[in-house]
Design a protein around this ligand. Sequence first.
Ligand code: HEM
Length: 496
Amino acid sequence: YLTFNFFIESLLAGLCLFLLLVYDALIRLRGTSGTLPGKDGFPLVGCFPMLGKHKERMLMKWSSSGLGPVFYARLGASRVLVLNGYDVIKEALLQRPLAMAGRVESDLIQELYDGKHGLIQLDHGPLWKEQRKFGQTTLGGLGMGKRSFEVTIVDEFNCFATTLENELNMNEPKGVNLTRMLRLYAANVISSLIFNQTFESSWFAENDVPKHTARFLILLMYVPGLKNLPFVRQQLAITTRTRLDKVKIFRTLVEEHRKSRDPNEPRDFIDCYLNVLAKNKGENSSFTEKQLLYYIADLFLAGTETSATTNAWALLLVLKNPEVKRKLRAELDVVGKQPTLVSSNDECRMPYTRAVMQEVFRFRPAVPFNIIARKTTSELELKGYKIPAGMPVIANLWSVHHDPVTWAPDPEIFRPGRHLDDDGNFVPSNHVIPFSVGARSCIGRNLAKNELFVFITSVLRRFDLELADGCHVGDISGDSGMLLHPPKYKVKGSVK
Ligand code: HEM
């Protein structure tokens, strides 16, 4: 009896393995590329285990060690087109912007977005086009990236500064970890645009997507089959429920806006959206209340952690490089002798500060590549290869920022001076593209740049900070999941 049981179990295991290999072989054969070079990796998970801790660096290495600027890497169930280097990214995303303006649609995304809603995950088409245009126009109209909105950013910085001052006093010998405070600064800047109000740290903490959940969702995006495992289903149910709770909170805030709004004086993103909803009432339109709720969720998702991470990198890099800090201070002293904070109006007189910002964006981009893949919208030819329609696409921005020729002789050194000419003027570079390029590039770039400007200049004017004792932060390669995070560090110091 035992032998028979063993025989049946072995047979079933063998059958499963056989089916797995057939499935894997089908993916390998599935028609992409003709001669497009690439790697398939392991059955089911593809190249994920080979990419290691720093996926962007490994993809760049594969490109330079034989695969070239355009290749595919199988991630989970899909062969993903990987673009490396400025030339090919420019050709694919800038010169033919709509060719790669799609997003991969999946059951998982539909589940998390209650259908096709939001912005980030919408596939190319009239819904995405209309909503993106609305977002860009409205956020611009509300002052995003302009002097008028900078006052709000400075207010949020002042809240950050008050908390930091208290924490520095309370934690004097040990130092202070800024992660939570930086997240609150970024989240409340976005809140001001969307809700015209700000929140306590606890409000956001309840609404945070924990890092491990983000990683888990990425894996599921590429290996959707995992969704059928009981443990994964359970995790997914928790994530969906938390997300629905968040959307409920947004609904309450929208309702409050509906009651108190004046259509002629829109205060924020919600008021502007409600105006369009009222105008389009009864018509078949892409503007719906549910769409608004998921749009809000997406703006927080895209704009909080990215900005907080960039600011965290900026401070770490400045504190680790005393000469950079000294030069920044010297420039600030010339521009802003008055007690008022400097503003981006002064930017033209601050070439070194601009160089530092550009170098932060180059050296440690918060989004080194779009792990949420784009998708080709039609068949196209790129560098002599035929690329099919519907293929997921990743643009490896890291490979542009660390190109050994463009940034010779020292791409791996943080050196703001590289962005200045012989007369000390700032030289903007189109090879620094932290917000990506083309049709799906970041709609919050001006806001993010303003936040970084206010942060660097104000923190140096208000505080005398250094890395806390024992916090040497030798390894600054970062930790890449969805974003490239800096290592944990603490600061000590006092108000100037
Ligand atoms: C330093 C901060 C930021 C960085 C590094 C960053 C980076 C990026 C990148 C690289 C993309 C393009 C992804 C792709 O190629 O598919 C993107 C898209 C996007 N970003 Fe940002 N971002 C930042 C801040 C913000 C802010 C503050 C907002 C909101 C106000 C925002 C909203 C968005 C949205 C909605 C998209 C999706 C656009 C679409 O799919 O059409 N981002 N961001």
